[in-house]
Write a protein that binds this ligand. Structure first.
Ligand SMILES: *Cc1c(COP(=O)(O)O)cnc(C)c1O
Length: 379
């Protein structure tokens, strides 16, 4: 918690919940009255609705996004010892998912402009043991599917999307979650679509993957007391699904709000380019749903990222860093790489700063943020 008075928070969830409060309380009350808590009607409804919104046939709700990756990879036929390629520049949960599936994570560097998986680097990492590639649609921007599909087809590997930051994002006419064999989403409260706790989902067009996923999340049981897999207990609570059912119809509008806010940031930040302030590149125009709005404080800037963040905090502007330490330099993951192995990722981690971004962020607030950045650079 900062000791400075806060003018612009990093996120503000109550703005989206207040107008829906009565409706949310009503659905929660109904579920309590019906006693329908596990694998209930609201969950089935939300699974169908969210998959359909993403342009995909089946949705399987699980306890969190990490489980959607871990169980989803297993449902897609990834076995212990299989190699899975993923970007070094991601949230740690992508790696945890791979490790929980007992597969071997193979990290590759990112594109320095978009911060997304570098597909050329990915291609050189492919071996005879490679079974899957995980594009992470980071910050709300999808990895381009054309190159990705080409690479996956040529090497006969599975595409498994980590779409935890990309609910209803689009690129080249495709929605997040519709380009791979399956895709994992998270409904952690601050994601573009968030519930009131932890939640996640796997979506897929493959009926066999869907069936196996339903089994894995429910004690490996395709029907009661028949256990065909070892599985686990990882289900999206019916209460959480009910909250998500109320929120889902508003998601496109919220995403649009974020995109408009990002456009305003882009315009106002343009003159600061010559002082080394460079937004992460958007190659998907309005399909980028800006889970985060991230700038780079490059070598050309008169002050470094940490100084800028501190100065903004003094002005009451809350920012974040996603993420400050690359996964392969974290104490638990040092076997995944050495310092210097993924230079673009390592540089980005020192340069990136996430500015306030949420539906309802006003133009006045955006102007305040940019003015504060300008002042910080010039004094
Ligand atoms: C949030 C997130 C996850 C994990 O989701 P949880 O619901 O927190 O388990 C995975 N990958 C990425 C890129 C995320 O941002």
């Amino acid at each position: 918690m900062s000791c400075y008075p806060q003018k612009v928070p990093f996120v503000n969830l109550s703005l989206q919940h207040q107008p829906l409060q009565t409706q949310i309380e009503q659905v929660i009350r109904e579920i309590i009255q019906e006693g329908d808590f596990i694998l209930g009607r609201s969950l089935a409804e939300f699974e169908t609705a969210f998959a359909a919104a993403s342009g995909v046939k089946y949705g399987i709700g699980v306890a969190c996004g990490t489980d959607a990756i871990a169980l989803g990879l297993q449902a897609c036929g990834i076995h212990p010892g299989d190699e899975v390629i993923l970007p070094a520049n991601t949230f740690i949960a992508t790696i945890i998912g791979v490790l929980q599936a007992k597969a071997i994570p193979i990290l590759v560097d990112c594109d320095p402009d978009t911060a997304l998986l570098d597909l050329t680097a990915a291609e050189t990492a492919i071996t005879s043991k490679t079974k899957a590639i995980i594009p992470v649609h980071l910050y709300g921007q999808m990895v381009s599917h054309t190159q990705l599909l080409d690479l996956a087809n040529r090497h006969d590997i599975i595409i498994f999307e980590d779409a935890a930051q990309a609910h209803l994002a689009e690129r080249e006419g495709y929605r997040a979650g519709s380009i791979g064999k399956a895709a994992a989403f998270s409904f952690y409260p601050s994601k573009n679509l968030g519930c009131f706790g932890d939640g996640g989902m796997l979506i897929t067009n493959d009926s066999n993957v869907a069936e196996k996923m339903r089994t894995l999340r429910n004690y490996g049981a395709p029907s009661k007391y028949l256990h065909t897999e070892i599985g686990t207990n990882s289900r999206l609570d019916n209460l959480q699904a009910a909250v998500l059912n109320v929120k889902l119809p508003h998601l496109e509008k919220w995403n649009r709000d974020r995109t408009l806010a990002a456009q305003h940031y882009n315009t106002l930040l343009e003159p600061l380019k010559h002082q080394g302030i460079v937004p992460i590149a958007n190659h998907s125009s309005s399909g980028h749903i800006y889970h985060l709005y991230v700038i780079r404080v490059t070598e050309k800037s008169p002050i470094n990222r940490n100084t800028l963040q501190e100065k903004l905090a003094q002005e009451g502007i809350q920012t974040g860093i996603h993420y400050p330490v690359p996964c392969h330099l974290q104490p638990a993951y040092q076997n995944l790489g050495n310092r210097g192995d993924f230079p673009h990722t390592e540089t980005l981690c020192q340069q990136i700063l996430s500015l306030p971004m949420y539906p309802g962020l006003s133009n006045t607030q955006i102007e305040q943020v940019v003015r504060a950045i300008e002042l910080s650079l010039n004094c």
